[in-house]
Ligand binder design. Structure first.
Ligand code: AMP
Ligand code: ZN
Length: 111
């Protein structure tokens, strides 16, 4: 997707420091952090949102989920972390490329 910011980041067209990367995902800091630690787990594949994900994406979604505790531990989030997946306009999604937010550090407000 040529006009997708996250595709451009994945492809290296927008220089971004990755906290972690593998063949399925990249992880980098959110540009407007809402917590001491605020990372984005972004699929390399352009899937617009969770609403468009299918059974074919099951192993990718499991991977995105299971990497969270490992990255949280590396970031020193020993007392826990929050995961957010905004989906669609009504869910507050700004960038239409599937991603998870990983938030933590300090006391997050009650949700
Ligand atoms: P969402 O509202 O779930 O689509 O979240 C998109 C997130 O991407 C927001 O929290 C933005 O602050 C973040 N963001 C947008 N552009 C960039 C960028 N170039 N680098 C890092 N984070 C970004
Ligand atoms: Zn994309």
């Amino acid at each position: 997707m040529t006009d997708c910011i996250f595709c451009k980041i994945v492809e290296g067209q927008i220089p971004t420091e990755f906290v972690y990367e593998d063949d399925k995902i990249v992880i980098f800091k959110d540009i407007r952090p809402k917590a001491e630690v605020h990372l984005l787990i972004v699929a390399r594949e352009h899937i617009p949102s969770l609403a468009e994900a299918t059974q074919d994406n099951a192993s990718l979604l499991a991977h995105m989920t299971l990497v969270l505790p490992k990255i949280a531990k590396e970031q020193g989030l020993n007392s826990g972390f929050r995961t957010v997946i905004n989906t669609g306009k009504g869910g507050g999604q700004e960038i239409d490329h599937i991603h998870f937010h990983l938030l933590g550090g300090g006391m997050l407000p009650k949700f």
